[in-house]
Design a protein. Structure first.
Length: 272
């Protein structure tokens, strides 16, 4: 991820942008293999929601930004002419290449690049997607503007992410846990924030699909690299959230087992 041009003349802001990019690279380099194997995120039922929402045509060209291990691209590939995945982390792209090779996919490409300066021309794609990445973006409006720029007129923009509760206390607790679990997280935003990105781009949302990604506590902690390696502290935060659903994640306990869910949404709009 490159530095934000809007802060080039501010040393402190430039340092913060560099530090955040380094945190993303560190987290997702370490997470790459485990993240790629996370069936909660990459199962057919979850991925098919995106394909159904996009309604791809055989002639379509697709771009998935912050593509991670490539599961979205691989799922769309049989239904489109060409699919490209872009990510800032080489280790994630290595996982994506391995996935494409294992699936014998010949119409996919992988690029390392910056979501704030996509290396593509205006209107190059029929479908532009981003799944479970906007909470890592310091400048979500700029990333969204780039998605819109590279989408053709009549094409579809799909944004999918976990969402925080409208209850400010629950949202704060959710974000405190998630930033402890993954320090590259900027913020889990409420649905209204994501919807406003479309409104500000004058693109009415045509579809809104809600779903939830559920994790067993120990499975989630085992996939994570929390601040200072403090898995015990992360476990306490999750356990303490069960009472009164303090994070708005539908936390529940069954004996020693604790399960939480990430409320998630897919927003779809057609570019005028």
């Amino acid at each position: 991820m490159t530095a934000d041009p809007s802060v080039r003349n501010s040393p402190s802001a430039a340092f913060a942008a560099h530090a955040h990019a380094a945190a993303i690279d560190d987290q997702f380099t370490r997470q790459a293999e485990r993240f790629a194997q996370a069936t909660e995120l990459h199962n057919d039922a979850v991925l098919s929601l995106l394909v159904e929402a996009a309604a791809p045509q055989a002639s379509d060209e697709l771009l998935d930004i912050a593509c991670g291990p490539g599961s979205v691209v691989a799922t769309f590939a049989p239904a489109v002419r060409r699919a490209i995945g872009l990510d800032a982390t080489e280790a994630m792209l290595d996982e994506a290449r391995a996935l494409a090779k294992a699936g014998g996919l010949r119409n996919v490409e992988w690029r390392r690049g910056d979501v704030y300066a996509l290396p593509f021309g205006d209107g190059d794609f029929d479908i532009v997607t981003c799944r479970f990445a906007f909470h890592h973006f310091k400048h979500p409006a700029r990333a969204f503007a780039e998605m819109v720029r590279v989408c053709r007129s009549g094409g579809r923009i799909l944004l999918c992410d976990a969402v925080a509760s409208d209850d400010q206390a629950k949202a704060a607790a959710f974000n405190a846990m998630e930033k402890r679990r993954d320090p590259s997280t900027v913020a889990m935003r409420p649905l209204g924030f994501l919807s406003a990105l479309f409104a500000e781009a004058r693109m009415p949302v045509s579809q809104m699909r809600h779903f939830q990604i559920r994790y067993e506590r120990e499975a989630l902690i085992g996939k994570s690299f929390p601040v200072g390696g403090d898995r015990a502290g992360l476990r306490r935060m999750i356990d303490e959230a069960v009472a009164e659903d303090r994070m708005g994640m539908g936390a529940r306990r069954d004996g020693d087992r604790v399960e939480i869910g990430y409320p998630s949404v897919i927003l779809v709009a057609k570019k005028p």
